[in-house]
Design a protein around this ligand. Structure first.
Ligand code: FES
Ligand code: FES
Length: 159
């Protein structure tokens, strides 16, 4: 019988992880089930909702669309990796202050996309924020509070 397991290595939130995976495992499932970082959510598993967004090598991606094997050697940030010393990241803080979250299911993915947007473009206008979050769906908030939060985070980062 052929051995299906293979070993991969990721640097996640500043820590190295070596994990045994199967060739058809999704990165989303490895992050949640093997690494135990359940802040990254799953929903559609088809790249349509953005709940599973992480930052991989500086780029926001849907972790449900990436094979765990393809991500071997990557540097990954999940929602658990934002913030420092127990303090929330500026985007997380802005979401709290602007009520950018209701049920909260979309929130980790939304915040990761927003964080990646601000890393790439520290002063986005509202149109650019909408574009940056276009892959993240929210069924609760109507988006206004989310856009307000990201705009506020951008303003605070530029001070
Ligand atoms: S669960 Fe990955 S995009 Fe929806
Ligand atoms: S806050 Fe509920 S889906 Fe966005």
């Amino acid at each position: 019988m052929t051995e299906r397991f293979m070993t991969v290595q990721y640097r996640i939130n500043g820590e190295d992880h070596i994990v045994a995976i199967e060739p058809d495992d999704l990165l989303l499932d490895i992050i949640r089930k093997q690494i135990g970082l359940t802040g990254t959510k799953y929903n559609c598993r088809q790249g349509e909702c953005g709940a599973c967004t992480i930052i991989m090598d500086g780029v926001p991606i849907n972790s449900c669309l990436i094979l765990a094997a393809v991500a071997d050697g990557s540097e990954i940030t999940t929602i658990e990796g934002l913030g420092r010393g127990g303090r929330p990241d500026v985007v997380q803080d802005a979401f709290i202050r602007h009520d950018g979250s209701q049920c909260g299911y979309c929130t980790p993915g939304m915040i990761m996309s927003a964080r990646a947007l601000l890393d790439a473009n520290p002063s986005p206008d509202r149109e650019e924020i909408l574009e940056g979050l276009a892959g993240n769906l929210c069924r609760c908030t109507g988006y206004k509070h989310i856009i307000d939060a990201v705009e506020d985070a951008a303003q605070r980062l530029s001070k």
